[in-house]
Design a protein around this ligand. Sequence first.
Ligand code: SF4
Length: 492
Amino acid sequence: MNTLRTLFLNPPSFDGFDGGAGSRYQARREVRSFWFPTWLAQPAALIPNSKLIDAPADGLQFDEVIQMAKGFDLCVLHTSTPSFASDAKVASCLKDAYPRIKVGLVGPHVAVLPGESLEAAPAADFAAREESDYTLLEIAQGRTFSEVDGISYRDCGSIRHNCDRARIEDMDSLPDVLDVYKRDLTIENYSIGYLRHPYLSLYTGRGCPARCTFCLWPQTVSGRIYRARSPARVIEDMAKAKSLFPQVKEFFFDDDTFTADLPRAARIAEGLGRLGVAWSCNSRADVPCGYLKTFKENGLRLLLVGYESGDQAVLNNVKKGVRLDVAKEFTRSCRKLGVAVHGTFILGLPGETKQTIEDTIRFACGLEVDTIQVSLAAPYPGTELYSQALHNGWFQTGGMVDADGAQSCVLSYPGLPSSEIAKGLRRMYARFYFRPKPIARMLAAMARDPEERRRRLREGAEFLRFLWSRPASVRPANGGRRLQRVPEKAGV
Ligand code: SF4
């Protein structure tokens, strides 16, 4: 069947903005880094003759992207809450340049707010809600909008909402994304500070059974049930990945929680061991030591672990479902086995106080994980945290990112202003990294490998610039100073 020539676009916005087609926290990072745009690559893999452009990772500007869209019948833009206004302008420029092109929006923001999004982006013809892979395939196949489940669309001046798209149950039925990566992406442009470079990330399943109130994907698009590819299919994909990308030094499974089904993860690990690849994944801080041992023996290098807070009451408030003592024991096991851990923390969750921030800093330092990432609580629409914040009046004025696209503190609590939370973030980074052990670890890695040395020096400089710049909370939000210029007319 003929399909519309379809362009999947992760649009340009803030310099270095990691905008959500693969990232969970949609912002410019302290150190330049990008996740793979997996949420666009998957439908692109379903549609023959499509193309994927990841403008932020490839450093493409607005006018270049508009030129590259020439000849396409359909353009699907991935958008996020912080970049929405800018993405709507890109949609408008596309329509100005190519009036016949159909423009669709995808991503958690439009999944939750389809009507509001179409009102705010008049150039967009439709918004695809829920899991949109097959929705986009049907549109590319030329179905009329009224026949396509899972979209909201414009019809004679009003906005219509079709019925929901059923979730995909058979994940093996989806094609792999590797051919799209190979055809359209420059994998060397993707880097994450704590992963070996070049790395490659992909999903083997979607959804997470945990109920964390702040977490974006399971509450908006991927759901509370972990739906996953069979171990045999994952191993087949990974064998292909290894042969297509021999330069990759580490494969990252970006499933919400790869360890949610431990027997399955162990079977995959055994297959990966036979393939001889280094791998890493997202995990909760409660994997039993026996499984960790199996993973380690089969190539696991690093776990990305959401600890979130060092205060049990805060963890309970956000329904994390992990006890601090279990998290400590898990981390001890990782250390004993030689599994590296990147710990992620969030400051400003409900129940946060000056004291709990201090406790979290101490907790992180005491864990002796290899690296950390500290985020400010980000109440995205569609999450329970967002509803709580609205209900309780916790929102500050201002956007989720500042003028540079860096995360901004949007919540404040009685006795804990947002500025205090933002300061806590810098304090936590400084207290964690300016200690002998992390510095020694970094120097040892740099001594081993000249490429690592160059990378660490660049990242170190970026990190120090971030620490010494003014806190996000005192910079103007969404002022657009560093937002890439969107032309009024596309001039193509
Ligand atoms: S365990 Fe991780 S992926 Fe799952 S809901 Fe909690 S934060 Fe999200």
